[in-house]
Design a protein around this ligand. Structure first.
Ligand SMILES: *Cc1c(COP(=O)(O)O)cnc(C)c1O
Length: 481
């Protein structure tokens, strides 16, 4: 019957079906400057600079965050959709470029560092081996050597970049242990101050040492390691025949920015023949310029130094270096011969000088960032941070109800005097929320058994008005309770 004929399904001949673009078009053209890539980059950078510049009305922390879909769809997305998704993620991101962003050691990103990070991604070189990163391997070695000299290490000094200070500290302790010669498994202690960074606990764990192997020396009222107690401890350990892997001094503690007395600690290490590692993740950058190097006096007496340019100079994350007086010791600990690689044609392979294998050329954003700042720019960035810490301290110190913990750098922690642990926790929680309502972000570290509020004054966008507002809110919170 005519009406009941089955409708034949419409079959589009294969050749006429819309074909997805070949997957190679998702990669930049190898023969021509890629117009689609340029357009993508331009639109993405517009989004980024828009986000970085959106802080007039926004807070450093977003209130709500909506995430785009996470899984890849069967068909790849076009740039429009990709940029839309990126925008959603950006709207939920913490904004370190906000003038009220004072919580952590996460300053605004330096412009040249952002650009270098982008170029680094495009170059996609691999610091594992010289043939995968010819110019960049040299750049890393030379910049590490320059930094080492600048921090006061011997002319032979140098080092390696690492993805973060935790890794730099771990590598330093491994090198120190290897230099000492073989130790029975689980033996050896590391000495640091009570206020030293938690990454040392991790390092001890990874090195297969019991947690008691990290021996913490009490600090004085300024948060600095008590060298009299260190001297006693070292003598005691020597008497008992306990091997010391290293003494770790901190140049810039994480809560209050205290600098351990480096010259006397170095003298003790020398007397006992111990390795001195300085964890300068926060403070070592102050040694880069003459006007501030006195704040970390004696840094150059170390056998190894961790420096994190990501924490104050605005080099985009991650940026950390482990610098040594004798950088060849890195090879002794980490070289494997790299059996899958051409041998180095002179300079050495990045993967032989540290724990990481494949790694990006993080040195590029450090190098370009330092070049953009210049020594004068570094000096004024550091000077501004110190100035703001002094100013905030001057605003807060007349408040008798406030107990302030500072150091010699750009950090300040405080809590109500006489409050017990529970009251300090409540206070810090409430005041942090009030500060956020005024678009000021502080952190809430636990220190000496109490919650504190902590301000890190490394943000060059912060103005006096922000500090005054901060001080007023803190002052009012104390008279109200
Ligand atoms: C931040 C910090 C570290 C660890 O650095 P990451 O880059 O976070 O791994 C180590 N030591 C001190 C003193 C720090 O403040």
């Amino acid at each position: 019957m005519p009406g009941s004929c089955p409708v034949p399904s419409v079959r589009v001949p294969f050749a006429q079906r819309p074909q997805p673009p070949p997957v190679s078009s998702s990669f930049p053209d190898p023969f021509e400057p890629d117009a689609a890539l340029e357009d993508f980059l331009q639109r993405a950078t517009r989004l980024l600079s828009g986000w970085l510049g959106s802080n007039r009305t926004a807070a450093p922390l977003p209130r709500l965050s909506v995430l785009p879909e996470v899984e890849p769809a069967p068909e790849g997305l076009d740039t429009e959709r990709l940029l839309g998704d990126l925008q959603l993620v950006m709207e939920g991101a913490f904004n370190p470029n906000h003038p009220g962003s004072l919580a952590h050691l996460d300053p605004p990103p330096l412009a040249a560092s952002i650009v270098a990070d982008l170029i680094c991604a495009g170059l996609n070189n691999n610091l594992l081996a010289e043939e995968l990163a010819p110019s960049l391997s040299h750049l890393e070695r030379r910049l590490c050597a320059w930094m080492a000299r600048r921090l006061g290490l011997p002319d032979s000094g140098g080092g390696v970049a690492a993805s973060g200070g935790s890794l730099s500290n771990l590598m330093a302790l491994v090198v120190a242990r290897d230099r000492r010669g073989p130790l029975p498994p689980g033996e050896g202690v590391v000495i640091c101050s009570e206020d030293a960074h938690v990454s040392l606990d991790k390092a001890i764990h990874v090195m297969g040492l019991p947690s008691g192997s990290l021996q913490r020396i009490p600090v004085d009222s300024g948060g600095r390691m008590r060298t009299d107690l260190l001297a006693g401890r070292l003598e005691g350990l020597e008497r008992q025949g306990v091997p010391v892997i290293a003494v770790v001094a901190t140049a810039g503690t994480t809560v209050r920015g205290a600098v351990d007395p480096l010259p006397p600690i170095a003298a003790l290490c020398r007397r006992h023949g111990h390795w001195l590692h300085v964890d300068g993740a926060i403070g070592a950058v102050f040694a880069l310029v003459g006007g501030h190097s006195h704040r970390v006096e004696g840094l150059g007496l170390a056998d190894s130094v961790t420096v994190n340019p990501q924490k104050l100079l605005g080099i985009t994350k991650t940026s950390s270096l482990l610098l040594l007086a004798e950088p060849s010791l890195l090879l002794r600990s980490f070289a494997t011969g790299l059996p899958y690689m051409e041998s180095s044609w002179g300079g050495g392979q990045g993967g032989e000088a540290g724990l990481q294998g494949t790694r990006p050329a993080e040195i590029l954003k450090l190098w370009l960032g330092l070049r953009q700042l210049g020594l004068e720019g570094i000096e004024s960035l550091l000077g501004g941070a110190i100035e703001r810490r002094r100013r905030l301290e001057a605003l807060l110190s007349p408040v008798p109800e406030l107990l302030i913990h500072g150091g010699s750098l750009h950090l300040l922690a405080f809590r109500p005097r006489g409050a017990d642990a529970a009251a300090a926790e409540r206070w810090s929680h409430t005041v942090r929320r009030q500060l956020l309502d005024h678009r000021l972000l502080l952190s809430r570290p636990r220190y000496q058994g109490h919650h504190h509020l902590k301000a890190v004054l490394g943000n060059p966008h912060t103005r006096d008005g922000h500090l005054q507002r901060l001080a007023t809110i803190v002052r009012d919170s104390l008279t109200a309770c």
